[in-house]
Design a binder for this molecule. Structure first.
Ligand SMILES: *[C@@H]1O[C@H](CO)[C@@H](O)[C@H](O)[C@H]1NC(C)=O
Ligand SMILES: *[C@@H]1O[C@H](CO)[C@@H](O)[C@H](O)[C@H]1NC(C)=O
Ligand SMILES: *[C@@H]1O[C@H](CO)[C@@H](O)[C@H](O)[C@H]1NC(C)=O
Ligand SMILES: *[C@@H]1O[C@H](CO)[C@@H](O)[C@H](O)[C@H]1NC(C)=O
Ligand SMILES: *[C@@H]1O[C@H](CO)[C@@H](O)[C@H](O)[C@H]1NC(C)=O
Length: 170
C-alpha cells in the first residue's frame, strides 16, 4: 500500500519551498522581457522598471550569430565602442551574474548599439532582511515592481526543486 503520509510530507515540503524560495532567491532579469535583445527597443524604459540587487542575473535572449553582448564602461556605452570591454557573450541566451553594487553597461558589439541595443543598470547592495522604511528608495513604484519580478522568476526554480524531491524520494 502507498505511504500516503510521506506523500503528504512531500507536498508540504514543496509548498514551503515554493513559498519561501522567492524570499531568498536571486532574480533573473530578462532584458527587454518578451522583446528580448533586439534593435529599436528602449532599454532605458525597461531598466527603469526593474530593481537589481547584487547576485541577481541579467540575461540576454537573441538570435545567435545575429547579435552579441559586450560589458563595457560608460564611455563604451555612450559611444557604442567595445575597446577595453570587460566581457563578451554570444550564445544567444547569456546569463550574467551581477556581483557588485555599481552601474553596469552592456551594448551589442556589432553596430546594433547605434540602433538602441544598449542597456545600463544600477545594481543595489542586498537589502537587509526586515524592511526598514528608512533607507529611502528613489521610486516606490519601481521597487514594488521589482519584488513582483523576484517572485515570478524564482517560481520555476522552486518547481524544479519540487520535481527533484519527488523523483529522488519516489
Ligand atoms: C527611453 O525611455 C526613457 C525613459 O522612459 C526616456 O527618458 C527616453 O527619452 C527614451 N528614449 C528614446 C530614444 O525614446
Ligand atoms: C513595470 O513592470 C510591471 C511588472 O512586470 C508591469 O506590470 C508594468 O506594466 C511595467 N511598467 C512599465 C512602465 O513598463
Ligand atoms: C565618447 O563620448 C563622450 C561623451 O559621452 C565624448 O566626450 C568622447 O569624446 C567620446 N569619445 C570618443 C573616442 O568618441
Ligand atoms: C573606458 O575604457 C576605455 C578603454 O579601456 C578607456 O579609454 C576609458 O577611459 C574608460 N572610460 C571610463 C569612463 O572609465
Ligand atoms: C571576448 O572575450 C574573450 C574572453 O572571454 C576574449 O578572448 C576576446 O578577445 C573577446 N572578444 C572581443 C572582441 O573583445
Amino acid at each position: 500500500m502507498r505511504d500516503t503520509e510521506s506523500d503528504l510530507r512531500k507536498v508540504l515540503l514543496c509548498l514551503v519551498i515554493v513559498v519561501a524560495a522567492p524570499l531568498v532567491g536571486a532574480t533573473d532579469h530578462i532584458v527587454g522581457d518578451n522583446h528580448g535583445w533586439n534593435p529599436n527597443i528602449n532599454y532605458t524604459y525597461w531598466a527603469n522598471n526593474q530593481t537589481f540587487y547584487v547576485n541577481d542575473y541579467i540575461s540576454f535572449r537573441y538570435q545567435k550569430g545575429m547579435y552579441n553582448v559586450f560589458m563595457v564602461n560608460e564611455t563604451g556605452y555612450d559611444n557604442c565602442t567595445t575597446e577595453g570591454a570587460l566581457g563578451n557573450w554570444s550564445n544567444g541566451k547569456d546569463f550574467i551574474l551581477l556581483t557588485e553594487p555599481k552601474r553596469y553597461y552592456f551594448i551589442c558589439g556589432n553596430g546594433f548599439c547605434f540602433s538602441g541595443m544598449k542597456v545600463s543598470v544600477v545594481v543595489h547592495p542586498l537589502p537587509s532582511p526586515p524592511s526598514s522604511p528608512k533607507k529611502g528608495k528613489p521610486n516606490n513604484q519601481s521597487s514594488s515592481g521589482g519584488s513582483v519580478i523576484r517572485m515570478k522568476s524564482t517560481f520555476w526554480g522552486s518547481i524544479i526543486w519540487c520535481l527533484m524531491i519527488f523523483l529522488g524520494w519516489m
